[in-house]
Write a protein that binds this ligand. Sequence first.
Ligand SMILES: C[S@@+](CC[C@H](N)C(=O)[O-])C[C@H]1O[C@@H](n2cnc3c(N)ncnc32)[C@H](O)[C@@H]1O
Length: 457
Amino acid sequence: MKGSQVLFPELGSVEIDARKRNILRSPKKGGCCSVDSIPYLEELGIEIIENGQPIQFTSNINSHIHRWAPYVQGFSASFVQGIFDRYKDDYENPVVLDPFAGCGTVLVQAKLNGFKSVGTELNPLLQFIANTKLNCWDVSPSYLLKTYNSLRKDHILSAPEFLKSTSQFNELVLRNLERLAGSIEAVQVKSTQKQKVKDLLRLAFSAILVDCSNLKRSPCLGYVKNKYVDDSAPSALFGQKVREISDDLLLMQSEYGEIIETPSEVRLANAMDYTHRDKFDLMITSPPYMNGLDYVMNYKIEMGWLGFADTQKELKKVKDEMVVCDNVSKGLIRKFSKSSSYTNDWLEAIKERIRKRIIKRGAYRREDMPYIVHKYFDDLYKVMKNILPSLKRGGRFIMVIGDSLIADVYIPTDLLLARIGKDLGLEIESIEKARERRSGQIRSYKLRESIIILRKR
Ligand SMILES: C[S@@+](CC[C@H](N)C(=O)[O-])C[C@H]1O[C@@H](n2cnc3c(N)ncnc32)[C@H](O)[C@@H]1O
């Protein structure tokens, strides 16, 4: 069998494939990022500070507004609040930017504090979710519930044709979803308030789709064996979500009345080239992680049902504009490898090491990995170069990011990004370790998730 061999013959014929063999032979088995970071830290002349804290979105599922839409890739509202609290003496009323807004955690939390905020996001579904979470706080909860209760049951909106809906959903669940989607689509919009109500209903519908399906996002979207979904799940979960939204609106209007009008907006734009009119005190963000998630394919079901994409080609077009992930098309990387781009000696050495390891391994899932890694940093360089002129003097750029292990080569993403920030004129104030992670490839290798804090003098 090509690419396989028999290991431990005394145990019988245990055939393992090339991937497993490489894991077993990896020089990084049992290793950790703190050792591999030493030369980089020495060059930067800094140390990493321990600052463990819950940083992932999961803790938002019980937080008002944040809970309206599940988003595994987001970060926790309490982390964002911690940043605002930490710098409350430095900025009285900070103007906040999140260039990778996702579902709007930073902006929602900024608004809860009465701070003006702006975001950019390339996925139109996520931009819609974020803006709906930000700009519907004045909707009357009773008007929302009244519209929900009067949804007409005789309209049907067919499932998106380009998706494999009959595998994704059980037959009766699918019929019920089509009826629900049709009833929302049929809501007549005659005023701004009604448009907001319709947006809230569409958001609620998008939020229940994966729970109604035979899939799970953990964090990538994939089929789950033996998942039981009751035929009545669409109406039950949708009703529950609408009531949750209505409860939060009631709370906002009674407790946060004075900040409802705080300007907050996520623009559908590329963070690499969007020109900001505002100047910012705080930029708080979490970019895509290298080698990480595909922020389009992971949301294709919601994008299809809500009409943000009608074909696979449209999905690919959005994806190709984003900061690169390892699911990127080969053509895009080929084109990149021929163009000039940002680089530095660390990056060139890392690329060379990856190239050599791939040759040593004999094969790798992406032979063009050195260029994918290079494009990732080039993309983030472009974002930082584009937005940093909009950071006020004394302002801070704060980024949450995880490092990576690729083809047995350690990539200190946090330190590399801090170095790019330094090259662009910022001072590295601190790099803090928020949590330990495990490499997806070599589980025994310890990685970290860091908070990078850079400051404009
Ligand atoms: C880690 S997520 C951010 C999550 C966010 N902190 C939250 O809590 O919702 C990164 C986001 O960046 C977006 N993105 C990727 N490339 C982008 C680009 N070039 N411009 C704007 N947004 C981009 C992705 O669609 C994704 O939603």
